[in-house]
Design a protein around this ligand. Structure first.
Ligand code: FMN
Length: 188
């Protein structure tokens, strides 16, 4: 009974997790940031390699420089990344190689942790948006600035702060559209 109740509340939490791009300037306590990082580190990874590394940037001067390197053209209405309280750079080494199996194991070892982070932040009332697209021309400068070692990639940049807007539930396809019974195409 308890498990059903917690599944329902987890699903409800997931349904309300949105890409938040507008933030207030209120800071986030280090204790809370660490709790969110702990949730991120509870995720599974292939062979339990635990490749994720998190660079948490709050220093205003560093954020300004990083925004120049990452944030090409802030869309109207969205908070420029340097004005967001925290920017988290999620990095990973690829210990699996670039074969199809290796790439799948690598990618699959990165995103569960990122989703844990996004969901944990949401559970704490914080907003985040997972971003992967950025101008790649300044990638080396970005890595040098953050001290990211050779062979380690920046997989995601996640601004995190208190939401400045209230967003409704996310829009996702219903199970009936995406799940099949026994064979692809057979209605669930
Ligand atoms: C792999 C991935 C990459 C994403 N990259 C970006 C990005 O570079 N910039 C951005 O603003 N949002 C990015 N997003 C957020 C999505 O655009 C967003 O989750 C989607 O439009 C649905 O919006 P919702 O989550 O608020 O329902 C990304 C999401 C994922 C899962």
């Amino acid at each position: 009974m308890t498990e059903i109740a917690s599944l329902d509340s987890l699903t409800e939490l997931m349904a309300r997790q949105r890409a938040v791009r507008e933030f207030t300037s209120d800071p986030i306590d280090d204790v809370l940031i660490e709790k969110i990082l702990r949730a991120a580190t509870r995720a599974p990874s292939a062979k339990n390699v635990q490749v994720l590394r998190f660079i948490v940037v709050t220093d205003p001067a560093a954020k300004k420089k990083l925004a120049e390197l990452v944030d090409e053209a802030p869309a109207p209405g969205r908070t420029p990344w340097d004005e967001v309280p925290v920017i988290i750079f999620v990095c990973a080494e690829n210990p699996f190689g670039m074969s199809a199996t290796g790439s799948a194991a690598w990618g699959g070892s990165v995103y569960p942790g990122i989703q844990n982070l996004l969901l944990a932040a949401h559970a704490a009332g914080l907003g985040t948006v997972l971003t992967t697209s950025r101008g790649k021309l300044k990638e080396q400068e970005l890595k040098d600035f953050l001290g990211v070692p050779e062979g380690t990639h920046i997989d995601a940049v996640i601004p995190m702060g208190w939401p400045a807007v209230k967003l409704g539930k996310n829009k996702r396809r219903p199970v009936s559209e995406v799940a099949y019974r026994e064979k692809f195409g057979t209605a669930w």
